[in-house]
Design a protein. Sequence first.
Length: 254
Amino acid sequence: MQISGNTIFIPGATSGIGLALAIALRDKGNKLIVGGRRQQLLDQIAAKHPDIDTVRIDTADADSIAAVATQVLAVHPNLNVLITMAGVMKIEDWHTSAGFLTSAESTITTNVLGTIRLIAAFIEHLQTQPQATVITVSSGLGFTPLKVTPSYNASKAAVHLLTETLRLQFAGSPVEFKELEPPAVKTDLVPGQRDSEWAMPLEDFVSEVVDILENQPDANEIQVDNVKFLRYSEARGDYEHAVAVLNSADPNNN
């Protein structure tokens, strides 16, 4: 992926990592379209960043994804990068189904089905572009689990293997598949994370991600240094230690 000259759609970019990454990529000379569910936030982005296009999309709704894909491609026929940023992370207690089932189903629908449906909506178009990129978003928790977020962990592990497999299927095609693997970042993904001392500052995370995209254009996995403790725990042979450290550091652990 080249760092500039792209037309990029990021659903799930009205706040947090998505919005910060959109602005950073805009500043590198790309055309950005951001999507999200909350129209108020989209209006604020449009007012503050008039060169960034906005579109309302609900990535938990298959019809919304299909309609928005048609809309975005009609306006931006040169779109060549899709970043499937939209995701949810919820604290769950699986001791009784009443405590977790709705949350679990919602998490899988957004994080896994949403990713699949977004790729399905854009993949035929992307294959018509001279160079195209799909960047999925997994997590360090897809490799080393946090006890209180079982569905989120599972969803991100699924995104990892989905991306690995699609990279194999599309080898030799114009479309490359990359995987962004964030650690904990100071955002509002879960309550308290923005102020947590164990979360990485958002500005530092996005800066390191853009640096990787610019200087390691062939990297399949976009890994900041902070995520490598989780990403490679099993490969290092200290998986159990990493699990213990992660869960002892989690303020929501119980």
